[in-house]
Write a protein that binds this ligand. Sequence first.
Ligand code: PMP
Length: 392
Amino acid sequence: MEKQIYLDYQSAKPVDPRVVEAMLPYFTEKFGNASALHKVGDIATDALEESRAKIAELINADSDEILFTSGATEASNLAIIGYAMKNKNKGKHVVISEVDHISIHNIAKYLTQQGFEVSKVPVDQYGRIKLGKLERRLRDDTILVSIGYASNEIGTIQPIKEIGLLLAEKGIAFHSDAVAAEGLVPIDVKEKNINLMSLSSNDIYGPRGLGVLYMQKKFRINPIMMGGGQEKGIRSGTEDIPSIVGMATASEIMKKEMSSEIQKFTTWRSKIIDQILGEVPDSHLNGHKSERLASNAHIRFDGIEGESILLSFKDKNIAISTGSACTSKTLEPSHTLISTGLLHEEAHGSLQLTTGRFNTNEDIDAVIEAVPAIVERLRELSPIYASKKGAQ
Ligand code: PMP
């Protein structure tokens, strides 16, 4: 494969070579099972507990509040279904947001099939939740609110502190899918009053197929998978020690490097947004201008299809996306963009550029330089754009 310029870090990140190095011994000489009582097992147990502590530190949790899962999807299933089932006698109403990740929407759908009622909080044109709108959806039988920390598509960061305070006052559990925000926003679960939170290892340059459910000490949930009783009986299955060590190493690195990375990404983001909006007529920023992830630029071009822009970039060996990788193979427009009030055709004409650890200034310049000509060429072929311009 020819060298690719990669600005699709939201969909997948390479594992940091330092992480790979830390993982390697745990595939071979340190291969033990953390449940075994001999010395080979002890090495695995020590690695497991040290890893819990390192990940806890990244989000200001205690190490016994970290439970390992196969990814964020499983962590969110466990948090939402596990909490709902445990507390169904207290109430059967759950609230999520319109812009949550597809996994949360599908968990909510499952809950409604199980006799729960789910309300969705709308967002404003920037994809942000207004506290009053959330408050109006809370009822006496609301047991849980799940709001994504930030959008994995348009990058808008939610007012998590205010939401956490409101829910703490009302005694309603607060779950947040923090996958899009991890490593890009300093997360402090105590300060934000988050009770349950989903994380994914790959989003901080760890291996894929591992995630974490942060579960505050006083919280109790039901397991959704029965087995050998690992992870406090909440998530059975032999722990994947190499991946767990990988995620812990990734957390340690992230803790040290996050603030300088955020600065670097913010500079790139401003450059990408300012130059593209400045040079390409009829282009618009999706999401919030300032309350957005440092790595995310999400830009809409009138009159063209995101899919065709993507293919033009592909020809130039530039990897970018038009939205969430989790739903990119469906023809449906992004539910997030539709929730911000865009029409279907507008939602289809967007480009998502997400930067990451291994990008260079040259990558950013090459992408910025490529955009105007690609958009212009596609517009020349676009009957929608031509008719729109003709009508003006
Ligand atoms: N939530 C968000 C916001 C995501 O972007 C993703 C996909 N990376 C997930 C959840 C699912 O994570 P996983 O693939 O680790 O299950």
